[in-house]
Write a protein that binds this ligand. Structure first.
Ligand SMILES: [Zn+2]
Length: 287
C-alpha cells in the first residue's frame, strides 16, 4: 500500500517525544489502571507495563518535519504514520461527521508518561482513554518482523495505527465504558472490543484509496492483494492463541483478551469488505 506521491500533508499529526531518561520504575498501588489499560492494548507483551509512574524527564514534544507529500510518506516510516493518521482522520470524519475528534498520536522511545500512567515499549502500541491519545514506539515494527516473523510492510504498519484509532472511536462511541473489561475468553467483552478495533482498521483500509487530502487527491493508491495478505498476516501473528503457543507452549482460550489469529483476521476482513457498519462484534451471535 503506497501513498500517492503528490498527496499533500494538511500539517503534521504526530508528536515525537524524546527519550524519557529519569523514568520512575514501579508505580506501586495503581496497578489496577495498568490492568484496565492492558485490556485495551494492541496485544503483544504487556507484562512490561508500569502503572502509575509519574516521575521522569519527558522531553518536550516536537512535530515531524519534512513530511510534506505522499512521496515522503512512502520513503520514511514516521512520515508514513503521520500520513496514515491524516488518512484515518479524513475517513472517520466522513463516517462520524462532527462527532469525530482526532486523537493525538505520540511516537516515543523506550518509555513515556501518559494519562494512563507510565508505559514502556514492552506494552506495544496502545490507546489511553484518559488522555484520548495513541502511543507507539516505532521499534514495535522491528518486533513485528523479528519476534512475530511477519513482513510488516506498509499496510501492516498502518493497520497497527488504524487499530488504535479504532479504540479511540470506541471511546467516542461510549463502548469502552459500557463493557466488562475484567472478562476474558473467546467471546468476552475484552475480545469483542479488540476484534471491533480490528474491524474498524479493516473498514478504513477498505476505503483508504478513496479518502482524499485537502486538495482532493486520495492519500493512498489502491491496495493490492499482497498488501492485504501482509496485514492479515500481522493480525494473525498477534492473535492470543499464536502468542500463547509461542510463549507458554499451549493455548488457553479462557485467558484470551484480544482474540485468536483466525478471529483477528476474520474481523479485519469483515471491515475491509463491508465497512464500519458491519463491525458490531457485540451483537448476539457475532462471535
Ligand atoms: Zn487493541
Amino acid at each position: 500500500m503506497t501513498f500517492n506521491d503528490n498527496a499533500r500533508s494538511g500539517g503534521s499529526r504526530v508528536s515525537k517525544r524524546g527519550r524519557n531518561t529519569g523514568f520512575a520504575v514501579g508505580g506501586g498501588g495503581i496497578g489496577l489502571i495498568a490492568i484496565l489499560l492492558i485490556s485495551q492494548a494492541f496485544g503483544v507483551d504487556l507484562t512490561g507495563f508500569i502503572g502509575g509512574g509519574t516521575g521522569g524527564n519527558t522531553a518536550a514534544d516536537t512535530t515531524l518535519e519534512n513530511c510534506d507529500t505522499g512521496a515522503d510518506a512512502n520513503a520514511n516510516l514516521e512520515c508514513r504514520l503521520d500520513f496514515a493518521a491524516q488518512s484515518l482522520d479524513a475517513y472517520w470524519e466522513q463516517e462520524l461527521g462532527s462527532d469525530y475528534v482526532p486523537p493525538p498520536l505520540v511516537l516515543f522511545e523506550q518509555a513515556t508518561n501518559t494519562g494512563c500512567g507510565g508505559a514502556t515499549s514492552a506494552v506495544g502500541p496502545f490507546y489511553c482513554p484518559a488522555d484520548q491519545t495513541v502511543y507507539l514506539d516505532v521499534g514495535f515494527y522491528d518486533d513485528l518482523r523479528t519476534r512475530f516473523d511477519t513482513d510488516a510492510g506498509p499496510l501492516a504498519q498502518m493497520y497497527v495505527i488504524a487499530h488504535e484509532f479504532g479504540h479511540h472511536i470506541q471511546n467516542l462511541e461510549g463502548t469502552m465504558n459500557s463493557i466488562d473489561r475484567g472478562d476474558t475468553g473467546p467471546t468476552s467483552d475484552a475480545v469483542r472490543l479488540e476484534l471491533q478495533a480490528d474491524c474498524y482498521a479493516g473498514a478504513w483500509a477498505g476505503e483508504a484509496s478513496t479518502v482524499p487530502d485537502d486538495s482532493g487527491t486520495p492519500f493512498l493508491e489502491p491496495i493490492t492483494r499482497a498488501q492485504v495478505a501482509d496485514a492479515l498476516d500481522a493480525a494473525a501473528a498477534i492473535g492470543d492463541d499464536r502468542i500463547q503457543e509461542s510463549t507458554q507452549g499451549q493455548v488457553n482460550p479462557e485467558a484470551w483478551t484480544h482474540g485468536s489469529s483466525e478471529q483477528r483476521q476474520q474481523w479485519f476482513a469483515t471491515g475491509y469488505e463491508q465497512g464500519a457498519s458491519a463491525c458490531d462484534t457485540f451483537a448476539a451471535g457475532a462471535l
